[in-house]
Design a protein around this ligand. Structure first.
Ligand code: GRF
Length: 192
């Protein structure tokens, strides 16, 4: 069955754009049908509009309101939710509706450098400050304990002595772009 994907994103949206393009040029039939952002100034909105993908700004209150967010998912017949730099807690109503159908990417090797306050640059700063010799990405199912769902894929990059957080970030970002769409396809698009 062709999967209809909604991407939730709060930021620049480079992962969202990459995933939209990947499934446009891929024969598995999956398609990004909706982008949801909680911020009206998020770069992801411009990218979605440029790519012709419907995008909605939904306030934190409305994302947490089952009477608003669930009908929105129904309206677009969403099968799979992909979090790509989405900075709000996902409400239980969505986690339950999309049980085993919602994935997240985190820019570290979870369980290291996960949890509250660990997002974006803060993660890479913490990795460097801790003297880690490697970092990477974790793609995981979303459960009620946000960063603790079943791990689907981890990819690693080296961290050399003297590396800056920026250097680690750009290596990790390259991994995100390479693997996130591929893992989504593998998990959700392999059975007919
Ligand atoms: C990525 O580093 C992702 O791992 C994290 O948030 C960032 C999103 O970047 N969760 P972008 O909005 O996709 O450009």
């Amino acid at each position: 069955m062709a999967q209809r994907i909604a991407i939730f994103a709060s930021g620049a949206g480079s992962n969202a754009e990459n995933i939209i393009n990947y499934f446009r040029h891929n024969a598995c039939g999956a398609e990004v049908v909706l982008v949801v952002s909680n911020r009206n100034d998020a770069g992801v909105l411009q990218r979605a509009s440029h790519l012709g993908v419907p995008a909605c700004v939904v306030s934190r209150a409305d994302i947490n309101n089952p009477d608003i967010i669930l009908p929105l998912m129904d309206h677009y017949s969403v099968d799979v939710v992909v979090l790509a730099g989405f900075l709000l807690m996902v409400p239980v109503c969505l986690i339950e509706r999309f049980h085993d159908r919602m994935v997240n990417i985190h820019p570290s090797l979870l369980p290291k450098f996960g949890g509250k306050g660990m997002y974006g640059r803060y993660v890479h700063e913490a990795v460097v400050a801790a003297g880690e010799t490697e970092s990477g990405i974790t793609i995981h199912m979303v459960s009620e304990r946000y960063d603790e769902g079943r791990i689907l894929y981890q990819g690693r990059v080296p961290v050399e002595p003297g590396d800056t957080p920026d250097e680690v970030e750009s290596r990790v970002r390259a991994l995100e772009l390479e693997h996130y769409p591929r893992v989504i396809q593998q998990v959700f698009c392999t059975t007919e």
